[in-house]
Design a protein around this ligand. Structure first.
Ligand SMILES: Cc1cc2nc3c(=O)[nH]c(=O)nc-3n(C[C@H](O)[C@H](O)[C@H](O)COP(=O)(O)OP(=O)(O)OC[C@H]3O[C@@H](n4cnc5c(N)ncnc54)[C@H](O)[C@@H]3O)c2cc1C
Length: 466
């Protein structure tokens, strides 16, 4: 039986391990932390006894690889979907509720955007060239667009400054986790094309803790197939100079294997290699601060609300967990919120962050202003994802590494997806394909856009390259 060692028990490592175990390999997963799940993990908060995630996460209806993974593990029913609305942006004086109208993509979201306060007809018209680029966007454009920031790209395309401030600065922060001026135009345009190109794309949330969706279930699949999943098992080196032959663990234990899969972030991989590959040091983390607040009353807020971009904004996305978690309905409101690319909050104490978060909740749920905070929990996360900065897409390595016997997985690798749970699971599938020597058999590619976007994309793909 072929033996594989997988370093890292996050989504990429566990999805790869399950795929390999399902195909007859004996897999050993080595996870440094005491719990599995990595950046998509959860635990029991000791004061309240409630399960909290590292920070709130959203799924969407085009997460084909992630949803297939949950299907395999029998937990896909534990996602609570929000099909009627994409999201509410708590802009002033009125909120904007983004939902799909019965129009062919990418037109379906546009009627909702017409309600955005402060924008006028010339602002909408200024979007026409970018809208067209989004419709025809394909992976063949990534290298060229990756060399410029999205801000430069938008200005070059004639988008008005008001539209840039209202929509694009918000989109850059919430979907790419970096400010617009630093964000690769390729990374953001790809997400824009996906979000506007699919009919009825909508979001979902875990009804249980994130880790409870997949960690124990994945470990069971691996163990039932004769493998093992070890926590508290830090790998300190990858064995072999001309070929990866196994790993060394902290404490000196050596494990030999036919193939080693690295499913750790780039900054963790470099020290494990005798000769690090070029470019591993170029990835910059986007840090988060995720805050959980238990209130003493029902605030009457929507399930999922975002604040629009503004220079001083701390939290962008807010979730009422009592409308999401199984069995929590009827409890006083519990809010989870994310400070994305959180450098601006790093000097604040936890108490200051909780006070500021309460004030930001009160902007769309006024009852929060006078409510008492019963308990709060602040998670400081050094890296939610690697920043998709200018040049990021070109530096993402493929699953097959320069060192024979070593295969790479992780959200940051070349998946043609943003760094997300979906990207992590897709990377796990691509790594499993590389191990098995079976390209194109496990990972689900993004589908062709729907409606007018699909027609435009098909025509663009047929055009001969210039
Ligand atoms: C607060 C927050 C919010 C997010 N929001 C969303 C969202 O809304 N939607 C979405 O799709 N994605 C979201 N993400 C991103 C998503 O969680 C990640 O893209 C995904 O979990 C990455 O998985 P991974 O397996 O590639 O990496 P990781 O989860 O980082 O897994 C790597 C694992 O390797 C382990 N490891 C590292 N070094 C070693 C070593 N030497 N030996 C052994 N083990 C090692 C680590 O402990 C870790 O468990 C969010 C992330 C955070 C933190």
């Amino acid at each position: 039986m072929k033996e594989a060692v997988v370093i890292g028990g996050g989504l990429a490592g566990l999805s790869c391990a399950v795929a390999l175990a399902d195909r007859g390999l004996r897999v050993t997963v080595l996870e440094r932390a005491a719990r599995l799940g990595g950046r998509a993990s959860s635990w029991i908060e000791p004061v309240t006894g409630d399960t909290v995630d590292i920070g709130p996460h959203i799924f969407h209806s085009e997460y084909h690889n992630m949803l297939a993974f949950l299907q395999r593990l029998g937990t896909s029913r534990l996602i609570c979907w929000q099909p009627g609305k994409v999201l509410t942006i708590a802009s002033r004086p009125r909120p904007v509720r983004l939902r799909h109208w019965p129009l062919p993509p990418p037109l379906s979201l546009m009627p909702s955007l017409l309600a955005a306060p402060g924008l006028a007809l010339p602002d909408y018209l200024s979007m026409r060239r970018v809208a067209l680029r989004g419709m025809t966007f394909g992976e063949e454009e990534v290298d060229a667009l990756d060399g410029m920031s999205m801000l430069d790209f938008l200005r070059d395309q004639g988008v008005s400054e008001r539209m840039i401030d209202w929509w694009w600065r918000f989109a850059a922060m919430v979907v790419t986790n970096v400010p617009l001026e630093r964000c690769s135009a390729a990374s953001l345009l790809r997400i824009h094309a996906q979000l506007s190109g699919y009919r009825g794309l909508h979001f979902g949330f875990g009804m249980v803790g994130l880790g409870d969706l997949y960690t124990a279930q994945a470990a069971k699949v691996v163990e039932d197939a004769g493998g093992s999943v070890r926590t508290g098992a830090a790998v300190t080196a990858i064995l072999g100079e001309a070929r990866a032959e196994g790993v060394v663990l902290a404490g000196g234990e050596r494990l030999h294997a036919d193939v080693v899969v690295s499913a750790v972030p780039p900054q963790e991989l470099a020290p494990l290699l005798t000769r690090p590959f070029d470019g591993l040091g170029a990835f910059e983390p986007s840090p988060y601060i995720s805050t959980y607040v238990w209130f003493d009353r029902d605030l009457g807020m929507e399930r999922f609300v975002s604040h629009p971009w503004s220079p001083g904004r701390l939290n962008y996305d807010f979730y009422d967990l009592c409308q999401i978690r199984q069995g929590w309905r009827g409890r006083p409101t519990i809010v989870a919120a994310n400070i994305i690319y959180s450098h601006r909050a790093h000097g604040m104490t936890d108490a200051e962050i909780v006070r500021a978060t309460q004030a930001e909740i009160a902007e769309f749920a006024p009852a929060a202003a006078n409510a008492n905070v019963v308990h709060a929990d602040v998670h400081r996360i050094p890296m939610a994802i690697p920043c998709p900065l200018v040049g990021f897409e070109r530096s993402r390595p493929a699953a097959a590494s320069p060192l024979p016997g070593l295969v790479l997985a992780g959200d940051w690798t070349r998946t043609h997806m943003p760094c997300t749970m979906e990207g992590a699971v897709k990377s796990g599938m691509l790594a499993a394909e590389a191990v098995l020597g079976a390209p194109g058999t496990l990972a689900t590619p993004s589908r062709l856009y729907d409606g007018l976007a699909g027609i435009a994309r098909t025509m663009a793909a047929r055009r001969p390259p210039e």
